[in-house]
Write a protein that binds this ligand. Structure first.
Ligand code: SAH
Length: 359
């Protein structure tokens, strides 16, 4: 089947021309594709012969909803989608003062092997296509009944390990005739693949780069994140500096606070020095507990002491609000639960509890 939804406007144009149609049909088709219609029959301004041809050789919708969880405290919505090949990925929609933000997955599984992360257990299954990522946004928007204004690539997968499709996706959502989401409203998070960070900087996209730093020293970072081995904190943060210089976009450092692992005063000092050097904004994240993992979140006292050092060092930081604490917390967990249920033969149930969201 032809993957129409992954096509950029000029590619769609070449395709319709190859079918003996005038160029303007591509515009009509593109507009329909980002309206989320269920079938080619609904594309009423296209001639019937074209609709029939498309129905026979192209596909439109690449996701179907398996499960939806809505947080009762803050409305955060988590979707589990089934892909055409039976795999599943997650998308989360969060509400902020500035609007709706969607957190999308970029791969089925992940091969980066971070020691605290649920998404990488079981490794990488496959890359998502641009169409699948687009549908994560489009379907979430349709279900919310409200325009999505921001996108973060922080769900399952390593976006820079699926570079071509992710770039294509970014260009697609940015189209004025499409979802029309500005590059400045998009953030991409990476474990720090330096070569691809440099490549991304050259694209001049104005998206925000977030580096999952999680530790300022090589010993701890390499233990937590295999991607650090053979690169090192100095090299990874230097790539962030180059990104900032080239794009003028300030980088953020993601830092999940893990009890006794990366939350010592010395690490707070080292993190401060890095943040100042790169002029990065630090995002402290309360670690989400993952059943299969041995780590726990930092204690309140350690978090407070850590922040006091960042304050005294003049570092720009925020503590990420943990939204949707009553839906299966961090990305990868809903999918993991389904994999487990498939193996044990039990059904997945929509679980919505009223437990309060952690601040
Ligand atoms: N592969 C990309 C994006 C996916 S993960 C990356 O590494 O950045 C999105 C963010 O969630 C990353 O910062 C990741 O390190 C973090 N994360 C993963 N598991 C987590 C957990 N259990 N608790 C808190 N943050 C976690």
């Amino acid at each position: 089947m032809i993957d129409l939804k992954s096509m950029l406007p000029e590619e769609l144009e070449a395709y319709v021309v190859s079918l003996g149609q005038p160029k303007f049909r591509a515009k009509q088709l593109f507009a329909w594709l980002t309206k989320g219609v269920a079938g080619f029959d609904e594309m009423r301004n296209l001639p019937q012969s074209l609709r029939e041809r498309l129905t026979a050789e192209a596909e439109i919708n690449v996701l179907s909803l398996l499960e939806k969880q809505v947080s009762q405290s803050d409305g955060t919505t988590k979707y589990l989608w089934e892909l055409r090949d039976g795999n599943a990925v997650e998308t989360v929609v969060m509400r902020y003062e500035y609007g709706l933000s969607v957190c999308i997955s970029t791969q089925v599984g992940c091969r980066q092997g971070c020691a605290f992360c649920a998404s990488t257990i079981g490794g990488l299954v496959r890359d998502l296509t641009a169409a699948e990522m687009l549908d994560e946004v489009l379907y979430s928007q349709m279900d919310q009944g409200e325009k999505i204004s921001h996108i973060v690539l922080m769900g399952i997968g390593e976006p820079l390990d699926n570079y071509e499709n992710v770039l294509r996706f970014l260009r697609l959502v940015n189209q004025q005739e499409g979802l029309n989401i500005g590059m400045r409203h998009i953030a991409l998070s990476t474990c720090g693949l330096t070569e691809q960070i440099d490549r991304l900087a050259q694209e001049n996209l104005q998206i925000t780069l977030a580096l999952s730093l999680h530790a300022p020293d090589d010993e701890t970072r390499s233990m937590l994140m295999p991607a650090n081995r053979g690169r090192g904190v100095a090299e990874v943060t230097a790539a962030c500096e180059r990104y900032f210089k080239r794009t003028g976009r300030r980088v953020s450092f993601e830092y999940a606070m893990i009890d006794g692992v990366n939350d010592t005063p010395l690490q707070a000092q080292k993190l401060s020095a890095l943040a100042r050097k790169v002029k990065a904004h630090v995002n402290l994240i309360p670690l989400n507990h993952v059943e299969e993992r041995r780590f726990s979140p930092s204690t309140k006292e350690n978090l407070r002491a850590f922040c006091a050092i960042l304050d005294s060092e003049g570092v720009n930081y925020t503590i990420r609000r943990s939204l949707g604490g009553d839906v299966d917390a961090s990305c990868g967990q809903l999918r993991r639960r389904r994999e487990g249920a498939k193996q044990s033969g039990t059904e997945t149930q929509t679980r919505v509890t009223s437990k309060d969201v952690k601040e």
